[in-house]
Structures are given as C-alpha cells and as structure tokens.
Unconditional design. Structure first.
Length: 157
C-alpha cells in the first residue's frame, strides 16, 4: 500500500470535507483551528478513493487504529482523527489522502527490481513541511539526483 503525498485533490478542502461528513456544521468552518483550516487534502491513489487516510506526526495515537510507519510518521484511517483535528486535539502535522496506491503480490518488488522506482527514506519534513510542488524535487535531491538527469528508459549500468 502506498499513499501519494504530492498530488492535491483539487477542489476538495478539509473544512468542506468535515461538513460533508457531518463532523462539523457549515457555520463551524470559521471557528476551526488553524491546522484544520490549512490541512492539505491529497489524491492518495486510484484505489478506494472514497476512503481517507491521514498521514500524521507521531504525537497523536488512537489505540488499535494508528499505525506507526517510521520515526515521526504515523497513519490513521478512522473518522476519530478527523474529529480530533477539527477540535484542535489532533496531531501537530497531518495530510489527508483520499484513496491509495496498491499492487498485486510481488508486483511492487518486481517493479523496484527492474528500476521502475526510485526510492528514498521518508522523513516528516519531506511529507509534512515541504510545499506540495517541491516534494518530488526534494525527494530526488535526497538521493542525489536532479530531475533533469532522469531518462525515460530504465536499466542497469
């Protein structure tokens, strides 16, 4: 399972989504905490796009619902985290992804083995702190690559 973190969901904003899910009333939008107003909504991937996944800092945890991904990065996919964020009691950093990317068993490993992917270690600054338009270039720089150096053809040297 993968979550795309650099593709905004377009016209969907977090306060509007809270209204749509009946978590808040439309009139409550103006009273949301700043981190709820500014929370980014991403297209997490093409699978199950009606489902939300919150990637967030590890300062927030819901028993039996939060999965620690890495140092400083967790994932929660329940409405409880949305309610907590709306009340100002959620994680310090978070993005909401609608949907996810999925692969058949062994497919991702095969694609990586055949150089279909470049990968770098995730870090909270890359996921939460970087401007959406800069995430791709910053991830490439983490592994010592400039985007202009990439070729459409993959192979082994």
């Amino acid at each position: 399972m993968g979550i795309i973190v650099n593709r905004p969901a377009g016209s969907i904003d977090f306060p509007g989504l809270l209204v749509q899910l009946d978590i808040i009333e439309k009139s409550d939008q103006i009273q949301l905490p700043e981190n709820a107003e500014m929370m980014k909504v991403m297209k997490g991937g093409p699978v199950d796009t009606g489902r939300g996944f919150v990637l967030h800092s590890s300062d927030f945890y819901i028993q039996d619902a939060t999965l620690n991904i890495d140092d400083g990065i967790s994932l929660t996919a329940t409405v409880d985290i949305l309610k907590a964020i709306a009340k100002g009691a959620g994680p310090k950093h978070a993005i909401l992804a609608l949907g996810y990317a999925g692969w058949a068993p062994g497919q991702l490993e095969n694609e990586i083995q055949h150089n279909g992917w470049l990968h770098c270690d995730a870090d909270p600054e890359l996921i939460f702190g970087t401007d959406v338009d800069e995430k791709y270039a910053r991830a490439l720089r983490k592994i010592g690559i400039e985007a202009g150096m990439l070729s459409n053809d993959a192979g082994h040297a």
